[in-house]
Design a protein around this ligand. Structure first.
Ligand code: NI
Length: 182
């Protein structure tokens, strides 16, 4: 068990499509150890989610810690289906893209089909902030970073360093956007 080094933007492992895991692989002690390392690394950096490529392992598993009552959700080999294409915007951050925040528009409701740690098929429907959390995390398994989803263009300021974000851009209560610091 160990806290792992987090891959930062520019490392090729973050741009690979993660390999799907077989049921036999999921049941190995090596895989359990990987998930444990992901958990320890996520907690060390106060993330609310982490994907295996972020600790230099290009396999299709992410963990998301969204519920204070329950243990982390382990998501293996996910497939995402958009249930509501209406978009919502949140300011996102990422352990692999330190010091930056970007405003990202994503569908507001998605369904995720995946395997859990026992290799059982599961399905979850998430909306609102959680839909953004899951989509951000699962993007990592397809080689996508939140900076790819920022809408760039003149006259906008969709991406910022944390200091400037906090000084000039942090959402005010009346704004219809929130924050995700993954
Ligand atoms: Ni991330």
């Amino acid at each position: 068990m160990a806290i792992r080094k987090v891959a930062r933007m520019g490392h090729p492992v973050l741009r690979q499509k993660a390999r799907e895991l077989s049921v036999d692989e999921i049941r190995t002690s090596e895989f359990r150890a990987l998930v444990q390392d992901m958990l320890e690394t996520m907690n060390e950096y106060s993330g609310i989610g982490i994907a295996a490529p972020q600790i230099h392992e290009a396999v299709s598993v992410a963990i998301i810690d969204y519920d204070e009552e329950n243990p982390c959700t382990v998501i293996i080999n996910p497939k995402i289906t958009v249930l509501d294409e209406t978009t919502q915007a949140f300011w996102e951050g990422c352990l692999s893209v330190p010091d930056l925040r970007g405003l990202v528009h994503r569908p507001r409701k998605v369904q995720i089909d995946y395997l859990n740690l026992k290799a059982e098929p599961k399905q979850i429907v998430v909306e609102g902030f959680l839909a953004t959390v899951f989509q951000h995390e699962l993007d990592h398994l397809f080689g996508v970073l939140f900076v790819d989803r920022v809408q760039y263009g003149p006259g906008t300021s969709p991406i910022a360093f944390i200091e400037e974000y906090q000084r000039y851009l942090i959402p005010k209560e009346e704004d219809d956007v929130g924050e995700l610091d993954e």
